[in-house]
Design a protein around this ligand. Structure first.
Ligand code: HEM
Length: 413
């Protein structure tokens, strides 16, 4: 069947050679070669030369294309630009896929979150029951909830990998400083999503973990005020749930969308960077067209990610637990989500007098240096290697992994 189609197209192309245009390249004469089927041991090969560059010239696809071009002519330069965009290829190019993966999981979060919102009720009395209803009664509600929970973790994991890989490739260097800063804001917002979403099921674990988590800023000057703003009062209550919900579905998505738009626009305008010295030393093996080649590979990654999410949702579902009760004793082994384990253990390790404040100061200074690294690492911006910054990144990465693993050993997952 495909063979017949190809023969038909090839036949049509060969029958209508284009008239010569003055100054244009001479049209190639239609091949007189006999169909290759006979010479290739039965395998059909279409003629190599085409006389018509647009095989869809008279088709509906082309008509639609023309229709759109007439109406959206102002975006044609952008589309043309994207068509020309290229991604450098070298032995570390695999890391270029993690930004797209983070984006994919974020899109899934928005879609599944919108569906969950149709049934979720953000009040102290109804939140837990509405989760049980979604999980047990709504058709495919369990799947949507599980995908939302797993995809949140996947998004943060991908953001971690994306952040560290762009750091080690020094992709933050001039002129990409604002890509890094906007990325850092996205990362903090992603953690904010995790934190505010955790309380929404209003189960015991979430209740007490939020109580511990929102206690932390209290040791810092002005921290008590911040805690009361976060909690909507002195203690965790229905007020806290309302605040967490509004932050989770309105405030954070709003800021994230604007920041994400800026981040992605900068990615498109400035293009993809290559590590320092790669171009000069010939370690770039080629350039790949962003559209459609790189994007097609991105899509393969997304499909694998999606399949993995479905697998995890079915085989390792997140539990609902029991409804929160402020008067019940806190369950033992309360800990936050894995992406906060580092800070959690650091605070525990520094549990001597004044230690918690010291831990917060240490952590905050590291985060500020991290956020402003493109402006501090002047060497990288001059295209000179900056090993001290690489070591700083390695230190943070290893410290995070070690601390996370220690919490895992102490408490399990
Ligand atoms: C919601 C979170 C994020 C999304 C959806 C996102 C998305 C993307 C995408 C699609 C790209 C282009 C492909 C690539 O190079 O991977 C990119 C590039 C980049 N991102 Fe992000 N990103 C996020 C968070 C971050 C974070 C946390 C940082 C660092 C603090 C960051 C820094 C960068 C930099 C520097 C580039 C340019 C890479 C280069 O030119 O080689 N991004 N981002």
């Amino acid at each position: 069947m495909a063979e017949n189609n190809q023969t038909a197209v090839a036949g049509k192309v060969a029958a209508k050679p284009k008239p010569a245009v003055p100054g244009a390249a001479k049209p190639v004469a239609p091949t007189t070669a006999k169909p290759a089927a006979a010479s290739q041991g039965g395998v059909y090969k279409p003629p190599v030369e085409r006389t018509d560059s647009n095989p869809y010239k008279d088709s509906r696809i082309n008509a639609l294309n023309e229709w759109l071009r007439e109406r959206f002519y102002m975006v044609i330069p952008i589309v043309d630009y994207l068509k020309k965009k290229e991604v450098p290829q070298h032995r570390h190019s695999v890391w270029y896929y993690f930004g797209g993966l983070t984006l994919f999981f974020f899109i899934l979060q928005v879609l599944t979150g919108l569906l969950l919102m149709q049934y979720y009720k953000p009040t102290e009395a109804e939140a837990f029951a509405s989760f049980v209803f979604i999980q047990q009664k709504v058709p495919f509600g369990w799947l949507i909830r599980q995908v939302h929970a797993w995809s949140a973790n996947a998004m943060i994991l991908m953001a971690f990998i994306h952040m560290f890989s762009t750091f080690f490739m020094k992709a933050y260097r001039k002129p990409r400083e604002l890509m890094w800063v906007s990325g850092f804001v996205l990362f903090v917002l992603s953690l904010g999503f995790g934190f505010t979403g955790y309380l929404l099921p209003w189960n015991e674990l979430a209740f007490f973990a939020t109580q511990v988590g929102t206690e932390v800023p209290k040791v810092a000057p002005g921290g008590a005020f911040m805690v009361s703003i976060l909690r909507g009062g002195e203690e965790i209550s229905g007020e806290t749930l309302t605040r967490m919900f509004s932050m989770h579905v309105v405030l954070l998505p709003g800021i994230l969308m604007i920041t994400l738009a800026a981040h992605l626009m900068l990615v498109q305008i400035l293009g993809t960077s290559a590590p320092i010295g790669y171009k000069e030393s010939g370690r770039i093996t080629g350039y790949e067209k962003f559209f459609p080649d790189f994007l097609a590979k991105d899509a393969i990654g997304w499909l694998i990610g999606f399949a993995l999410l479905i697998y995890l949702s079915i085989v390792f579902p997140w539990e609902i637990g029991v409804k929160a009760n402020a008067l019940a004793p806190a369950p033992i082994g309360i800990k936050p989500e894995w992406y906060f384990w580092g800070q959690f253990l650091l605070l525990k390790d520094f549990s001597f007098p004044g230690g918690e404040l010291l831990a917060i100061l240490l952590f905050t200074s590291a985060a500020v240096v991290w956020a402003l690294v493109p402006f501090i690492d002047k060497k990288a911006s001059r295209e000179v290697r900056s090993p001290y910054f690489t070591m700083f990144g390695l230190f943070l990465c290893i410290a995070f992994l070690v601390y996370t693993f220690r919490v895992f050993l102490m408490y399990g997952f």
